[in-house]
Design a protein. Structure first.
Length: 277
């Protein structure tokens, strides 16, 4: 995907409404695993993140809408609709929005090559950074052996993950009454359970190998809800995390640096900038 004129884009977005703090500007933003349509989606935080940031490119890296859960039970509060409207508004105002579907929103793969509301739907994409690195952008489910070879197990795993999230909500409500910080049970299990760690390593290696096969410099993905940037045998591996627990995104700064940002970090950066002005 060829980059556009970044300077021209920034010129178009320079002026802000009176009294509003200027948004944080990035060259590209990658978000995935928002799981709109579920109670676990942190839609209010996601909406504020979208409001407080601007970028030339916005990549929606799969599992944006959770079709699996919506088929079981319809759940679509106003905040989830507001997120969709905000993304559409960004597309109308000149942000190049690219949607790469995942396994939970796989129905969108029926519309590959179509632009809906200015949003391009692609099976995968190639992002060129300001520094010239070429990155494969893919959700990652196509490199997940469980999804591809044992779909029933993936459905069971999804149900167990939903149960873990509900248990985590009760646990953190109790922790909040004690004045303790939020703690993620599922992230704890991912780091401590040997099989989970082995699964993540295998997933990262498979994606790095695909980027190498295509003669690319790296890969950006989601799927496993574990934000990370690291080198995998000479290939840059980037996972942008999720908006259920970690509330993270991958961003490319205007000078081409790739970083993982947390919603609370973005909020703090904006507050600091407002105070400085």
């Amino acid at each position: 995907m060829a980059p556009r004129d970044t300077n021209a884009y920034l010129e178009r977005t320079r002026h802000e409404p009176d009294g509003a703090p200027p948004p944080l500007r990035f060259r590209a933003i990658f978000i995935s695993d928002t799981h709109l349509g579920t109670a676990g989606c942190q839609a209010h935080a996601l909406l504020e993140f979208l409001r407080r940031t601007e970028s030339e490119f916005l990549y929606l890296v799969g599992d944006i809408v959770d079709g699996w859960q919506l088929r079981r039970r319809w759940y679509w509060p106003q905040a989830h609709n507001d997120v969709v409207q905000k993304v559409l508004r960004k597309a109308r105002k000149g942000t190049r929005v690219v949607y790469v579907p995942g396994n939970h929103d796989e129905a969108a793969r029926h519309f590959l090559g179509v632009a809906l509301g200015g949003i391009e739907i692609c099976d995968d994409a190639i992002h060129c950074t300001a520094g010239g690195r070429r990155l494969l952008v893919t959700h990652g489910d196509l490199f997940d052996g469980v999804i591809q070879c044992a779909r029933w197990l993936a459905v069971v795993g999804d149900a167990l993950y939903t149960f873990t999230l509900r248990l985590n909500q009760h646990l953190n409500a109790f922790r909040a009454r004690l004045g303790l910080r939020y703690w993620s049970l599922s992230q704890f299990l991912k780091h401590r359970v040997k099989n989970a760690v082995s699964y993540i390593v295998a997933f990262e290696t498979a994606l790095a190998n695909e980027a190498r096969r295509r003669d690319l410099d790296g890969v950006v993905c989601g799927h496993i809800h574990k934000a990370e940037i690291r080198d995998v045998d000479g290939i840059l591996y980037c996972n942008d995390g999720d908006w259920v627990e970690s509330l993270t995104a991958l961003v490319e700064t205007l000078d081409g640096e790739l970083r993982i940002v947390h919603w609370h970090e973005v909020h703090a950066m904006e507050t600091t900038a407002t105070c400085a002005s």
